[in-house]
Design a protein. Structure first.
Length: 137
């Protein structure tokens, strides 16, 4: 399995058009390349204290069975997708392709909570009880 990560850097002097990205570019990518993906995730940056300023506006990841599977879906549409990507504004994206060497769901993976305490509390309880906090992963 491989992961293709496309990161859109946050830069002070270049506005990134989130509306265009989510309403046009992302659906276009899904239509053109989605058939090669086992999983697709898109993360939108959160910049709020106490966290440092986000380095990226958006990070998109495609998980695919192989590099060849991704390339077979991407290359026929590469020019169209790159031209459309430019319409999102901002800095040019950074593209990273990697082998997935470890991918393990953790016990809390099914818990959806916007509160960090939802993750921190179970780890504290595990430590307090003497259990290995990572044993649930």
């Amino acid at each position: 399995m491989i992961r293709v990560t496309i990161s859109y850097p946050r830069v002070a002097d270049a506005a990134f058009d989130h509306g265009y990205y989510f309403n046009h570019h992302l659906p276009l990518m899904m239509e053109r390349v989605g058939s090669a993906a086992v999983r697709l995730t898109v993360d939108r940056a959160i910049s709020a204290p106490p966290w440092p300023e986000a380095l990226y506006e958006v990070v998109c990841t495609f998980v695919c069975a192989s590099r060849e599977a991704f390339e077979a879906a991407f290359f026929p549409h590469m020019e169209e997708l790159q031209d459309d990507m430019d319409r999102c504004g901002g800095a040019p994206p950074l593209i990273h392709i990697s082998d997935i060497v470890f991918d393990q769901p953790c016990a809390g993976a099914m818990v959806a909570s916007p509160r960090p305490s939802a993750v921190v509390r179970p780890l504290r309880r595990a430590r307090a009880s003497g259990r290995d906090a990572m044993a649930s992963c």
